[in-house]
Ligand binder design. Structure first.
Ligand SMILES: [Zn+2]
Length: 99
């Protein structure tokens, strides 16, 4: 069996478990046990990924996928606040600011 060499790195969504190109996913990094949205995709630390769609956000909440990666309980509010910081996910435009 041959493997195609992909130019884009593939990452797996914690909700649907599908591998997708990294630019189709939201990257989060763990700051201790707190997930932080990594807008530039360059933050250091243990990262995990979630699709940029509301369905996977819902699935992640329902399946407690965040709890698993963060190894603690995150309530829904905490997660939606986190998702709210993602440009172009559920609200706002794709206006990624470099600071
Ligand atoms: Zn997904």
């Amino acid at each position: 069996m041959r493997r195609h060499k992909t130019t884009k790195p593939m990452r797996r969504c914690i909700a649907c478990r599908e591998s997708k190109p990294q630019d189709e996913l939201i990257r989060f990094v763990l700051n201790g046990q707190d997930p932080v949205v990594d807008l530039n995709g360059r933050a250091e630390g243990r990262g995990f990924y979630l699709c940029r769609n509301a369905e996977c956000v819902r699935t992640a909440i329902k399946r407690k996928a965040f709890n698993r990666v963060c190894k603690r309980n995150l309530d829904e509010k905490e997660i939606s606040r986190l998702i709210g910081q993602v440009p172009g996910s559920c609200q706002g435009g794709m206006d990624v600011k470099e600071s």
